[in-house]
Design a protein around this ligand. Structure first.
Ligand SMILES: Cc1ncc(COP(=O)(O)O)c(C=O)c1O
Length: 415
């Protein structure tokens, strides 16, 4: 149900796939085998680690008091107030339970507010029709060409041309889109694989303001990773709306759309509603998660840890003379090794690291629970595997080392 959790994304035949329990930065598979998660930590959801005691206690208290009734829970009001107070430009909030859903809500409100249909994007914003319509081409054979890996079959062809793409950091591309089309909404991540060029985000803001375009920052992944709230707070550029998800509930489902009153009030003129957006576990978990995050400044802890991991990868890569590139926000750091056999090397790394007791690939989302001993043990196990990669780069057949087919690549982004 989630591309990023498919075994083919890691090691098609060796990745354990299912877990029985998880705690801190550790996961146990169905056979009770223990792994330190040096990979995606719940695909970016658990920056406080798995099973955080304070968050779990808040959730259990909610379960005991009642999760769902005919009436609304006050926690959603407290959470709205909290998120709005952290983002002084915002006045109102709406909640959903998945990132794609929250993005669809944001797009509906933004289109309603601007009165225009066309959207400019440069990142990934979920699975819904509005977004996947990007990949509808004039020629059916070319469907999927813009963002390979995101197949749009089943998305109505009539949506073709309603969402247009620009490349991150290419203000000229955005300008051209805005000049040629009646764009009503710009939706983008603040930063993902690259940092914004000097003035880029400011220029996006200026273009949006000048043309009456609603600017939406999708902070589903970047939020709470480098700041207490949206990453945009660090750049001093304010959108009209922002979307949060992933780590907001530290593993419990809760996502949010916040925005300026003038824009958010357009929600009253369109139908947006869902039963389980009103359950109580999500906002209870989020309120406690925010409290714990603030207390321990989790965003700076995970940034520091991720930066150190990136530095150690680079040092190892240099020592072994690997064509390695390290990139990404420090708290979701990744590396690649330049080679036509990269996916095979990536699979080999996962395969050998599993034997050493690590869920590991080429990206690491550290949590506050990863301690120095975990990271040291990870690097002690990784070094001999990268020595194998070095040998393969020098001619040793990697196929002789692989105990199954290579992993698949993910989908492409323009960010
Ligand atoms: C920036 C961004 N937006 C939206 C989503 C979609 O969120 P979800 O998978 O919870 O629907 C993701 C997920 O990876 C994301 O990274």
């Amino acid at each position: 149900m989630l591309l990023s959790k498919r075994t083919e994304m890691f090691h098609p035949t060796r990745w354990p796939a299912y877990f029985s329990r998880a705690k801190g930065c550790r996961v146990w598979d169905l056979d009770g085998r223990e792994y330190v998660d040096m990979s995606l930590m719940g695909v970016g959801t658990n920056t406080l680690g798995y099973g955080h005691p304070e968050v779990d206690a808040a959730v259990l208290a909610t379960v005991q008091a009642g999760n769902m009734t005919t009436l609304n829970c006050p926690e959603e009001v407290y959470l709205a107030e909290r998120l709005v107070s952290m983002h002084p430009w915002a006045d109102m909030a709406r909640f959903a339970r998945s990132g794609g859903e929250a993005n669809a809500v944001a797009i509906r409100i933004a289109r309603a507010a601007s009165g225009r249909d066309k959207v400019a994007v440069c990142g990934y914003h979920g699975w819904h029709d509005w977004y996947l319509s990007i990949n509808l081409a004039d020629d059916k054979g070319l469907d999927g060409h813009l963002l390979p890996g995101l197949e749009p079959r089943g998305v109505p062809r009539d949506l073709k041309g309603s969402v247009l793409t620009f490349t991150y950091n290419r203000i000229d591309e955005l300008k051209a889109l805005v000049a040629q089309h009646d764009i009503g909404v710009i939706k983008m991540e603040v930063s993902r694989n690259h940092r914004p060029n000097e003035g880029f985000l400011q220029r996006v803001r200026e273009i949006a303001t000048a043309k009456g375009i609603v600017l939406v920052f999708d902070e589903c992944t970047s939020g709470f990773r480098e700041s207490f709230g949206g990453l945009h707070l660090n750049y001093g550029v304010h959108p009209d709306m922002a979307v949060f998800g992933k780590t907001l509930g530290n593993g419990y489902a809760i996502t949010a759309v916040i925005g300026r009153r003038e824009v958010m009030e357009a929600a009253q003129s369109t139908f947006i509603s869902s039963t389980f957006w009103t359950e109580r576990i999500g906002p209870s978990a989020a309120l406690k998660t925010l409290e714990v995050m603030e207390k321990c400044e989790s965003w700076s802890v995970i940034t520091r840890k991720g930066r150190r991991i990136g530095e150690r990868w680079s040092a190892l890569g240099e020592r072994l003379d690997l064509p390695m590139a390290v990139s990404g926000l420090p708290s979701m750091i990744g590396f690649t090794i330049e080679s036509p056999d990269w996916l095979k090397y990536k699979t080999l790394i996962t395969q050998e690291m599993l034997k050493a007791g690590f869920l590991a690939s080429n990206a690491c989302y550290p949590s506050i629970q990863h301690d120095d001993a975990d990271v040291d043990a990870y690097f002690a196990a990784l070094e001999p595997v990268l020595v194998l990669v070095r040998e393969c780069l020098d001619g040793r057949p990697v196929d002789d080392l692989l105990e199954g087919p290579p992993c698949h690549g993910g989908f492409r982004r323009l960010s």
